[in-house]
Design a protein around this ligand. Structure first.
Ligand code: C2O
Ligand code: CU
Ligand code: CU
Length: 572
């Protein structure tokens, strides 16, 4: 008899731990002037227990900014933290100076005042800090918020759009708490799931079509969303706006940084309960969230296990379905907006990128990761991209774990995954794409509108430990390259000295004193671009820094207006 009582008690405890906490719906700011105060705070993730946090206009997360396409917005970010940070408008097409990357620091007590025209399509974007080596900490402690862009095209569709009534933002995050209930950063033991900063979350919804704006705001974890009754939901938007038509899905995988807008039809389900799940048991190895984060059992990640979320299905949020409200949307629209992918034939150049681990072997997941064999350096511009270039980026993951690749400035269209067309959920505008181990993903994009800024844009892995660990490079967009000729010249018209290089610096001089150097690019012998820099047009470049190149032989290409010339150099 005693045993039975104990068992009953256990069940009772389990039930009470499974309490439902109504989620917080972030407040909104709209119009054209936005005031954001970054602040330290405390927040009760657990009843009665204060956890140290950072937030925007409050202790945790930040308000949802509602912007209209075409508006000129004026944002004031006041840094009331006691440390430096930045704020980045993830997914938005703004100039590099307004983008809030790692160069655009806001000192404690200082303010930053970006002003820009909203050029983006209606969709779900977000903002978060981006200080190099601190992004994970500042995001994990709580600074993140939604940006909803609205436009006329979206306004004509019969979609739910009343914020907090039939249109809900859901930021899904996992965090790790220590025994004092403080947030641990960095951590691979993120075993507490929250939606809008609410643990064991629930939401009362009316029995009608509801729109959810999903954001995976986790530092590392990938989710595999589905409904508890395995019914279909409808994806209507990806990172950069609406799809051409709703896509009926039973599963949607989302990596850190990705957004998706979905519709769930709760019609006729009054009084019932439905759960949004993550079916993580279905992940293949090699994804953070699978049983093994690396490709095999050999590849371990410190602190990853034990964690009931890894490789197991779990609940994300419980929907309690109530009576429909006064003015419900009751059906899923047949079509949405026109999506016009860039044809592959428009491409001016293909850039090849590779991901590699810092060291090979079973412990490789615990090291840093490189892009093109190199790591983040604030002082190095890795690509100079001519304004209005249409480019294919072909990214190969040669590491044992999947990485969500993100690029600033642009939205892109995925061309293929290992040569196969992407799934329909990835055929809309994207700014984050998960690249699995041994996979090559190609996308196409165009670099428009903004050039010659004093600071560069970033591209990086959106697993924040990887980003902070240097899995991030920089590009600038330049418009003074017009006229460079991709035709290689017969004779090598320049000299490099010293060659071989032993002190990490080279001088490059054109032999014809009337020829000006517009760009220097250093490639591996198999043609991968490793370093490139643009110049206003000089005959001699002195002390060009090549100290980051490992020992070996490289090809130096010197571009002039008419031609490019190349020569080999040896790095000793
Ligand atoms: Cu969401 Cu470079 O960032
Ligand atoms: Cu971004
Ligand atoms: Cu990564």
């Amino acid at each position: 008899m005693k045993k039975l009582i104990v068992l009953t008690l256990t069940v009772m405890v389990a039930v009470s731990l499974n309490a439902q906490n109504p989620i917080i719906i972030p407040g909104t700011l709209s119009g054209t002037e936005f005031n954001l105060n970054l602040q330290n705070g405390t927040f009760q993730f657990y009843d009665g227990i204060n956890t140290t946090t950072m937030g925007v206009n409050g202790g945790m997360l930040g308000p949802t900014l509602i912007m209209q396409k075409g508006d000129d917005v004026d944002i004031t970010v006041n840094n009331n933290l006691d440390e430096t940070t930045t704020i980045h408008w993830h997914g938005m097409h703004v100039s590099a100076a307004n983008d809030g990357g790692p160069h655009t620091t806001i000192e404690p007590g200082a303010s930053w005042n970006p002003k820009f025209t909203v050029l983006d399509k209606a969709g779900t974007y977000w903002y978060h800090p981006h200080l190099h080596e601190k992004t994970n900490e500042h995001v994990s402690k709580g600074i993140a918020g939604f940006i909803i862009v609205q436009d006329e095209e979206e306004a004509t569709l019969d979609l739910p759009r009343t914020y907090g009534v039939d249109d809900f933002p859901l930021v899904i995050q996992t965090k790790d708490f220590d025994s004092q209930n403080e947030i641990v950063v960095p951590s691979n033991s993120d075993d507490v799931l929250m939606v809008n900063a609410t643990i064991e979350p629930s939401l009362d919804v009316p029995a009608q079509v509801i729109r959810f704006r999903l954001l995976n705001g986790s530092s590392m974890r990938v989710f595999n969303f589905g409904l508890s009754d395995n019914s279909s939901f409808y994806m209507i938007g990806s990172d950069g706006g609406l799809l051409s038509e709703p896509l009926a899905l039973t599963r949607l995988q989302m990596a850190p940084g990705e957004r998706a807008e979905i519709l769930i039809d709760f019609g006729g389900k009054e009084g019932q309960q439905l759960k949004l799940m993550s079916y993580a048991a279905e992940f293949n190895n090699g994804i953070y969230g699978a049983t093994y984060p690396g490709m095999g059992q050999m590849m371990t990640l410190d602190g990853y296990n034990p964690n009931a979320m890894n490789g197991n299905n779990f609940e994300v949020i419980t929907f309690n379905i109530g009576a429909p409200n006064g003015n419900p949307v009751t059906s899923i629209p047949a079509t949405l907006v026109e999506v016009t992918p860039i044809p592959e034939s428009d491409s001016d150049i293909t850039r090849n990128l590779t991901f590699t681990p810092e060291f090979m072997g079973p412990d490789q997941l615990n090291g840093n990761f490189f892009i093109n064999g190199t790591t983040f350096d604030m002082d190095v511009i890795n690509y100079s991209i001519p304004l209005n270039n249409t480019e294919i980026w072909s990214i190969t993951n040669q590491s044992g774990i999947a990485h969500p690749f993100h690029i600033h400035d642009v939205q892109f269209y995925v061309l293929d995954r290992n040569g196969n067309p992407p799934p329909a959920s990835e055929q809309g505008r994207k700014d984050v794409i998960l690249i699995r181990p041994q996979e090559t993903v190609r996308f196409i994009t165009k670099f428009e509108d903004f050039a010659n800024d004093p600071v560069p844009y970033m591209f990086h892995c959106h697993m924040l430990i990887h980003e902070d660990g240097g899995m991030m490079l920089q590009f600038e967009v330049v418009d003074d390259l017009i006229g460079i000729n991709e035709q290689q010249s017969e004779n090598s018209n320049f000299v490099i000295y010293p060659n071989p290089v032993s002190n990490g610096k080279i001088d490059i001089e054109m032999l014809d004193e009337n020829t000006a150097i517009k760009m220097i690019e250093i490639c591996s012998l198999d043609g991968k671009s490793i370093l490139s820099s643009t110049f206003k047009g000089w005959q001699t470049i002195s002390d060009y820094d090549v100290s980051r190149l490992k020992k070996g032989v490289y090809l130096v290409k010197v571009f002039t207006k008419e031609s490019y010339y190349s020569q080999k150099i040896i790095i000793k």
